[in-house]
Ligand binder design. Structure first.
Ligand SMILES: Nc1ncnc2c1ncn2[C@@H]1O[C@H](COP(=O)(O)OP(=O)(O)O)[C@@H](O)[C@H]1O
Ligand SMILES: [Mg+2]
Length: 449
């Protein structure tokens, strides 16, 4: 019996009323994964705020997996408590499963330091290094690392906010020379530019400046309180993909097209008009070259678990926009195409599968869309449709925005893009209240284009 201990820390102090309901339940998904590994003892060490791992309702665990053991740490547990809890289980191998979090998307950083501490105790642990976590968390660092290794990225200029706004020298100084330098450099950039926080997520606070005056005003505005990058605007088509695995054993997914049924400059990951579809295997788009580049990146950076890479295709050339070192907004989509569950990706690192998920022949077409549906009975009916692989319903609470409910659905298992479109049409016609006809139309138009 091999003992595999999966762990995921989460810095969110979550309100008990902020619920998340999943079809099929997380517990059922864990049990399905566990049933594939009868010679394995699976343990899960998580916190009560771990939204993607436990079925929690009103702050209580409402359903637990039967085929694995769960250790629930208190919401306040940090690095040390995780190291002790995982050590106490004497794992043959520990596996980090970093999850997303709003605000600062930094859970992977803690999971990586936990991994280092476990390794120092002689426990084999699968996770990337803290350096790689930082290189992904900080968009400026991502740019520097990728550029130095010859990957295609947008031109970027970094602005140290404290220095840019400093007044420390007072009257002893005639002016802020660093600010002068920054504005000089920005003035020489090709417009438009994108200005974004080095540690931002979910497209929050991103500003597209059309000209230099616009960029300068934004940089000088009082609302800006953190370091940013000023980045060349990439006028292209957005895609996203994932790399799964660790230590040289990587599955690089094909890209998935992401678009909005209502035109917008910025991707709104929480928008209900957002559609994602794939895998995109078109050789005219040089997808195999892209995959080879991403495999090179995975090896260089020592990827582990699920790594999500945002891409922009500009005139036939792939640009890497950012790396999310965690379970991502397309994980349920990519794994639906692969015919496995997200949790399989983590366990498969410890016990390699027979199937090659990088092989096109093993993939089916899938699509992801969002609904504003809050009624759980209605969602349960949609989730029962054979083509639906998962629905995750959760409440979004963001500063400056009224809380709202979002239901994120994935349908998959289609042999061709055509069949997927027909399947989506049929689903839309069956549930017109939940799925606007506009989505089906936009999907068809986009695929035909
Ligand atoms: N250089 C760029 N060119 C064009 N669009 C961009 C650029 N940078 C960001 N965007 C837009 O903003 C979105 C979010 O940017 P991203 O760098 O992925 O940060 P995050 O997803 O962490 O907020 C992108 O999906 C894209 O729509
Ligand atoms: Mg992004």
């Amino acid at each position: 019996m091999k003992r595999v201990v999966l762990y995921s820390s989460n810095s969110k102090r979550r309100d008990a009323s902020s619920n998340c309901t999943v079809f099929p339940r997380w517990a059922e998904q864990w049990d399905e994964v566990a049933s594939r590994h009868p010679n394995c003892e699976l343990y899960l060490v998580v916190q009560l705020n771990g939204r993607y791992f436990l079925d929690i309702y009103d702050g209580e665990l409402i359903c637990e997996p039967k085929r694995m053991h769960v250790v629930v740490l208190p919401m306040e547990a940090k690095h040390a408590e995780f190291v002790e809890a995982v050590t106490a289980l004497s794992p043959d191998v520990a596996v980090a499963i970093p999850g997303p979090v709003s605000g600062y998307d930094w859970n992977g950083l803690r999971d990586a330091t936990i991994a280092e501490a476990l390794r120092q105790r002689g426990i084999e642990t699968i996770c990337y290094t803290p350096k790689t976590a930082m290189d992904c968390f900080d968009k400026w660092r991502t740019h520097e690392v990728l550029k130095a290794e010859g990957f295609r990225v947008a031109d970027v200029f970094y602005v140290h906010h404290e220095l840019f706004t400093t007044n420390k020298l007072g009257d002893a100084c005639t002016g802020n020379v660093y600010a002068e330098y920054v504005l000089w450099e920005v003035q020489n950039m090709e417009m438009p530019v994108v200005i974004k926080s080095t540690t931002g997520s979910s497209s929050m606070g991103i500003h597209i400046a059309q000209d230099f005056d616009d960029a300068r005003d934004f940089l000088l505005s009082e609302e800006l309180v953190e370091d940013v990058v000023v980045e060349q605007f990439l006028n292209g088509v957005e895609y996203s993909t994932e790399v799964h695995g660790c230590a040289g054993n990587y599955v690089v997914s094909y890209p998935y097209l992401e678009f909005s049924s209502t035109p917008s400059e910025l991707k709104d990951p929480l928008g209900t008009d957002m559609l994602k579809i794939g895998p995109i295997v078109d050789p005219n788009l040089h997808v195999e070259e892209l995959r080879a580049e991403l495999a090179r990146m995975a090896n260089l950076m020592g990827f582990a678990g699920i790594m999500n890479v945002d891409l922009v295709l500009v005139d036939g050339e792939w640009y890497i926009l950012e790396i999310n070192n965690r379970w991502s907004g397309i994980t349920t989509l990519v794994t639906a195409s692969q015919g496995r569950l997200p949790y399989d990706v983590y366990v498969d690192q410890a016990i390699p599968p027979q199937k090659d998920y990088g092989d096109r022949a093993n993939l089916t077409y899938a699509c992801q869309f969002k609904m504003r549906e809050g009624n759980l009975d209605a969602l349960a009916r949609i989730a029962d449709e054979p083509s639906i692989t998962s629905i995750i319903q959760y409440e979004v609470r963001m500063p400056g925005r009224e809380p709202f409910v979002l239901s994120d659905a994935v349908m998959g298992g289609f042999a061709s893009m055509r069949e997927l479109l027909d399947g989506f049409d049929a689903l839309q016609k069956a549930y017109p209240e939940q799925i606007p006809a506009q989505l089906a139309k936009a999907l068809r138009e986009r695929v035909d284009a």
